[in-house]
Design a protein around this ligand. Sequence first.
Ligand code: AMP
Length: 553
Amino acid sequence: MQSFPQSPVQGQMMSQPLSISSIIRFAARHYGGSEIVSRRVEADMPDLHRYTYRDCEARARRLAQALAERGVAIGERVGTLAWNGYRHLELYYAVSGSGAVLHTINPRLHPEQIAYIVNHAEDQVLFFDMTFLSLVEAIAPHCASVKAFVLMSDRAHMPAASTIPDLLCYEELVEAADGGYAWPLFDENAAASLCYTSGTTGNPKGALYSHRSTVLHAYASALPNVLNVGAIDTVLPVVPMFHVNAWGLPYSVLLSGAKMVFPGAALDGKSLYELFEQEGVTFSAGVPTVWLGLINYALQNDLRFSTFRRTVIGGSACPPAMMDTLIDKFNVQVIHGWGMTEMSPLGTTGGLLARHRKLPEPEQRKILQKQGHAIYGVDMKIVDDDGNELPWDGHSFGHLLVKGPWIIASYFRNEGGDVLQDGWFPTGDVATIDPDGFMQITDRSKDVIKSGGEWIGSIDLENIAVAHPGVLQAACIGMAHPKWDERPLLVVVRRPGAEVTREELLAFFDGKIARFWMPDDVVFVDSLPIGGTGKIQKNKLREQFRDYRLPGA
Ligand code: AMP
């Protein structure tokens, strides 16, 4: 870790380590009556579970006590395979608050990858929701480090028989602890949670967050220019708690005192819509693919939201057509967010400056479509292939590098070796930054299409394609070309019942892009490969079209 010079004169403020347990202690003491509502995972129970921050803290503390009494030591990893729900939230605080490391695992990964991650992290205990019982039964024999498996339910729901050795019951663990446990204090740089990247190439790598980085990220992300979460909000994180800590919402919402609503496993448009309305959700966050389901359900049934007013969309580029629908049809403000697992994850959020309000609506929209402004704490720059810094002119695009106290300095167990370049983390994204500091992603560097020495941004092409009324989803990939090296191929999923043709679609691009950006061909498919975090998997798509030849190539 980098060290810095000491001043002979020290500030005379109280010294209190930043700790995750301080968030739940604060939440219970100062917003104790704020509600947490969760859609249950157990099918036969009443649909919703309700309690307060105060209840959550008491149960999290008992769970922390249970972990400590079972010998889970400071720094040891505890895995979770769980949906967004109140027990998962309790684990967020119980595990990190006890000094152990919360390792949230993405259940959508391939079982072999899950076993690899559990072993790499050396998880000592594995907590899981009922949904994942057969998954855990399959991987348990391959998870040598795990000393205890805990089903996140009560005795009545425990399976009569399971191949999992000594399967424990979550509610029994909580009940057995007497609550005579105080949250321990430790150094704020202690590890708090661990999240593995989706690993599109090679094995997933772990980002190991500290108490300090998590608290600072939570503070900053609640700011008005970022998520603007307050005690009058009702927040429903659609973004899963098994992927980058649900963008920090389990922390930032609790320190803000807002009501929290968890959707459990029901992420389809209908279930989400009903929960939004029933619980009066005002604010949400999720990836574009989830919004697609919710928006389509609301449009097909001619429904509107009565309380929902703001959402963050990120994880992959929010198509302008989706932003327009949410703003113009549903009166929902869209905050475009960008970040990555290695950044805890938030780096930038979209929005307007005061003077932008004077601009005509379409120009304002263009600004909102950018991935946005750096959040205080994050610095960024763009560089060319030789590492020379590029100007913030809104046109020059280059490799995006970042630094800040919630950005990794290295991966867990130093996988991948030294990742920093002169103290900056290379994001693998390609971006422009305008003179006002608004960043716009043009591509992942490995997805950029290089045509005749020039770069073509696939995101722009996809955004235009999905603005066509006949297009549901689109992905653009570079195909080998004898003359130009690579040329764009557009792969499209039509909207159900839509008849759009290749020619119509290409004509739709006319006048919207430079001539040489025009896709060489359009192919229609039934679906696109979507990964465990809701992103289109372009590597799989490139594999799928490996033998495809562009016209004239
Ligand atoms: P992950 O670590 O799985 O969250 O993936 C991080 C990557 O997702 C980033 O490096 C970007 O390539 C992509 N990403 C995240 N948010 C956005 C966004 N708003 N627009 C475009 N790409 C995004």
